[in-house]
Design a protein. Sequence first.
Length: 211
Amino acid sequence: MFAKLGSIFVVLGIISLMINPFVGLLLVAASSAFWNKWLSYMKGIQGEKKTSRALRDLDDDYFLLDDVQLYSNSGNIDHVILGPSGIFAIESKNYSGIIRSYGDTWYRASGPGRKSYEIASVSTQAKNNAKNLYKFLQRHLSSSFGRIPFITPLVAFTNSSMDLQSHNPTVEIVFHRKICGRIKNYEPDYRLSTSDLKRIGEAILSNSVVE
């Protein structure tokens, strides 16, 4: 979508430059904004694919669900893992540059000496995804299921060359190449049976939004 809109604004901008240079420059500037959004979107997709490939190294006791949208008016959960070590809602980011977090407040700079600016809280997004998934399962699993375990939020970064420093993190942050080891070593408050994990997976697949 962003790419198509960017192309449209480029064409309109070039035409307008010949008629009204001011309007033409505005349209060209708008096309640049759309292209930047498209590039950022594609970079995010590439990061999600990297994390998904890494998660496929988990053994057959684990179930992987990618790009889970619980409701039509909500954002997606990049990855959900169901396994003997618990349930995980994973937010994947393909950021570059310098990233700093202080609790749930996050900042980004494009490079050394560049001014940093506040960005949307990645940790808050991951925690909200885990909370929303928990409520979703409460709603869609039958009362006979029993206790729904705590859902662990994780943040996975896919660009190992980025400069990341996290102070007082509120969620666990890992690089995608190490995420399987962290998931396997996680100690849940109690372990779900394989049949329970399948029921949870079926509840997500049958009641979430399918595009």
